[in-house]
Design a protein around this ligand. Structure first.
Ligand SMILES: *Cc1c(COP(=O)(O)O)cnc(C)c1O
Length: 479
């Protein structure tokens, strides 16, 4: 085993030694990944205490390094066998996807060049790539010619960015109050954001971080299809307005996390206009529909002021990859701040783009490159096949289970998740999920619907076949 010696190259560069080492360590890593599994199971089944014991080491930072080969050899026995294999058809618990192979390659490029997206002089070509990718995404989501957007760490940050824009816009437009400079107006505890009771918890988190508090989030009841109940929303808005509260934002969920249900953007837009609020679409989940045969199911996204798009869910890109798009590019100005050492105004006047002015982050990964790799590689046709398969698998399973005496299904899926339960006790359903993970290496989801425990299949994986779905649902019965 080769120890790391003092003259081992540290960095990529011109020397033959550095190039050889780069090839060798990347190749060694690829080999370690490929030899870490020998079946299609999603998980080894190991229990948490056993796994903790395997991972325990006396020292993480030994006096002398063991070298890359030494580290890798140890990791191959301690760590690699226990990774969840997200590409397995038996992995369907969450909106957590396998990664398309070309996008794993793009991660290597991102890490090798390690550009930072804050300023042009830290990421010349990656900045231009992000700007170009955003331009095409604005068109894909019908966000108009005056829009803009930025890549973020995920849907939670995309939602926070959009709700920050909404709050600042409302303070400026409706209250003539410069919140960026002066902080919250005295009426801060009257601000209200309306979203479905099934919306993502990043709504509450965002309102907390923005100084508005959880109580600013009004959870609107849903109808039988788990969509926001529009007449209930209309009543809540009217009541709040009459009581002197300040509706500033409505959030449509385009694909609720558990059910994949889709709120009606057109109906929400009418209410947003009537009450003078911002309209945000949280399409972290449903955004993948835009490149499928089911794009119309998203509704008319040309009506929203902002939209969250996650690429690490339906699009099958590696974590993390998300963006927020806004209809009016000036509404991202809330993130702009000039630093003498970073984004000098004179450079921007000369055409150097510093993306830090649109982002909550400073140092930021070149995630837009993953979208470039994937979209160029697969094209619309390739993506339509991936996403259509997911949607059709959910529809197939719905048909099957709703005819089966032993199962109950929550709602008819619009995207790719199916929430169902085996008739009988909640305990039995909970036990099934545990048995599947530890005895069979099959990882499925669990949630609550109308107060009862339900199981959930999140069918993002395009290699899933009807036969596999039949096998798993038959297996669940035998448990
Ligand atoms: C997953 C999800 C989020 C959060 O996105 P992250 O990328 O996990 O931060 C927000 N909204 C909805 C509807 C989601 O499904």
């Amino acid at each position: 085993m080769m120890k790391q010696c003092a003259n081992t190259p540290l960095l990529l560069g011109q020397s033959d030694q550095a190039r050889a080492l780069f090839r060798q360590e990347i190749q060694g890593t690829v080999d370690a990944i490929l030899s870490s599994f020998s079946d299609e199971r999603a998980f080894s089944g190991i229990h948490p205490d056993e796994l903790r014991a395997k991972i325990h080491i006396d020292t993480l930072l030994p006096e002398e390094g063991v070298g890359f080969d030494g580290m890798l050899e140890d990791a191959r026995s301690r760590i690699f066998p226990y990774f969840l294999r997200t590409w397995s058809p038996d992995y369907m618990a969450h909106l957590h996807s396998p990664a398309l192979i070309e996008t794993i390659a793009s991660e290597l490029v991102i890490a090798a060049f390690n550009q930072s997206m804050d300023s042009w002089d830290q990421s010349p070509v990656a900045t231009e790539v992000e700007v170009e990718v955003i331009r095409h995404l604005l068109s894909l989501y019908h966000m108009g010619k005056e829009g803009d957007g930025v890549f973020t760490s995920g849907g939670s940050q995309s939602n926070l960015s959009a709700i920050t824009s909404a709050r600042d816009w409302y303070c400026n437009e409706a209250l003539h109050h410069d919140v960026k400079k002066k902080g919250l107006p005295s009426s801060y505890n009257r601000f209200r954001l309306y979203t479905s009771e099934l919306s993502h918890f990043s709504m509450e988190k965002s309102c907390h971080l923005l100084g508005l508090g959880y109580d600013a989030v009004v959870k609107v009841p849903v109808d039988r299809e788990c969509r926001m109940d529009i007449s209930a929303l209309a009543l809540l808005l009217a009541k709040d307005k009459a009581e002197g509260n300040l509706p500033f934002c409505i959030v449509a969920t385009i694909g609720t996390t558990d059910f994949g249900s889709i709120d009606d953007i057109t109906a929400l837009k009418a209410l947003a206009d009537e009450y003078g609020t911002w309209l945000h679409a949280d399409a972290a989940y449903g955004s993948g529909l835009a490149v499928s045969s089911y794009a119309k199911r998203m509704g008319d996204t040309s009506l929203v002021d902002s939209i969250t798009v996650d690429f690490h869910k339906m699009f099958l890109l590696p974590i993390s990859c998300s963006c927020v798009l806004v209809r009016d590019k000036h509404t991202l100005d809330c993130f702009e701040l000039h630093a003498d050492y970073l984004n000098r105004e004179e450079d921007e006047e000369d055409g150097y783009i510093n993306l830090v002015g649109k982002s909550l982050q400073t140092t930021r990964r070149a995630d837009a490159l993953k979208v470039w790799f994937a979209f160029r590689t697969r094209g619309k046709d390739g993506f339509a096949r991936i996403i259509d398969t997911a949607v059709e698998n959910a529809a197939y399973l719905y048909e099957r289970l709703s005819k089966d005496e032993d199962y109950e299904v929550a709602i008819k899926p619009e995207i790719s998740s199916l929430v169902f339960r085996l008739k009988g006790s909640d305990e039995k359903n909970k036990q099934i999920r545990r048995t599947l993970i530890h005895d069979k290496g099959i990882v499925i989801g669990q949630t609550v619907y109308q107060g009862r425990t339900y199981l959930k299949f999140t069918l993002l994986n395009p290699t899933l076949t009807h036969a596999v779905l039949d096998q798993i649902t038959a297996l669940i019965k035998t448990l």
